[in-house]
Design a protein around this ligand. Structure first.
Ligand code: 13P
Length: 302
């Protein structure tokens, strides 16, 4: 049996109109119940870690995540993804992003993401090209972001309805076309009404606003780019938007806040309860919100 690459898995989901969920793990004990939930629902998914999850939470770094993933992985259903590697981070500090990307590649991550979305267009292109080159040399796909998926910054988020109505930060269609041509990026994270869950202050534990997606805008991005698109900020998006998104070119959906909040809320009851809470939250997202149960059976080998 050959093992489908992450690129093949996303290609298949994209062609068939469903998505591969990527579950973020800001705490190492979350990895095992996420893998277990994917196996039990026969859903193909990624275990994902972003730099902010070892800087601001307890994921430890790319290596501890890799080691824990190795211990519990089930490659019939899972792959390991390096999420947001910012060039400029949420506190507006410059990051040695290539060092992180190279470390993850050397550790055997199955795909990587560079986030140059806080840069000017040309700088984002330049950083993404470097990462795409390094990833392709290693035979793995690279993801990048264009547009502003807000929410990770400290301070209050602008009113969601105002944000949506103004289209502020939405990925520009012409830029998206040029970005994909110039960088050769495999998967593109876009902003079409989605927002990230907050990671600091009191907002970190609050329920996210129920975001929705501009499907007409998404459709324009799909025809302009012709690559699988990625939806960040997957927690708490209205169910009908998630499903319309999948039917309209979204092939990867990142989910962080729902699982993190479930884990953190259960921690006072002990580590077993916290792991169980992650298992239940992951299963619920797969079954009820995304309706992706059984989708691993639709991904051929090789
Ligand atoms: P949420 O935390 O809002 O689900 O977003 C997760 C994400 O997009 C990680 O890249």
């Amino acid at each position: 049996m050959t093992r489908p690459t992450s690129a093949a898995v996303i290609r298949r989901a994209h062609a068939a109109g469903f998505a591969i969920p990527a579950f973020n793990v800001p705490y190492l004990p979350m990895i095992e119940p996420v893998v277990q939930a994917l196996r039990d629902t026969r859903c193909f998914g990624f275990v994902a870690v972003a730099r902010l999850e070892w800087e601001k939470f307890e994921a430890g770094g790319p290596r501890p995540v890799r080691e824990e993933y190795e211990r519990v992985k089930d490659e019939r259903f899972t792959r390991l993804h390096l999420d947001h590697t910012p060039v400029i981070d949420e506190d507006l500090l410059a990051v040695d992003y290539m060092a992180i990307i190279e470390e993850a590649i050397a550790l055997g991550y199955d795909s990587v993401m560079v986030d140059g979305s806080r840069l000017a267009f040309e700088e984002n292109v330049e950083a993404t090209r470097r990462v795409v080159h390094a990833a392709h040399e290693a035979g793995i796909p690279a993801e990048a972001e264009l547009g502003a998926v807000l929410g990770h910054e400290s301070g209050p988020l602008p009113d969601y309805e105002e944000l949506f109505a103004s289209g502020r930060g939405f990925t520009d269609v012409d830029e998206a076309r040029r970005f994909v041509e110039l960088t050769g990026v495999d998967w593109l994270s876009v902003a079409v009404g989605n927002i990230h869950g907050a990671i600091s202050g009191a907002a970190k534990s609050q329920k996210k606003p129920a975001a929705r997606l501009s499907i007409p805008h998404l459709q324009k991005l799909v025809s302009a780019t012709r690559v699988p698109l990625v939806l960040h900020g997957g927690s708490g998006i209205r169910r009908e938007s998630l499903h319309e998104g999948m039917r309209n070119g979204i092939a990867k959906i990142n989910v962080g806040t729902t699982l993190r909040q479930a884990y953190e809320a259960a921690i006072p009851s002990g580590p077993d309860a916290a792991r169980r809470a992650v298992y239940e939250a992951t299963t619920q997202v797969i079954r009820d919100e995304l309706a992706l149960e059984g989708t691993a059976d639709r991904i051929p080998e090789g």
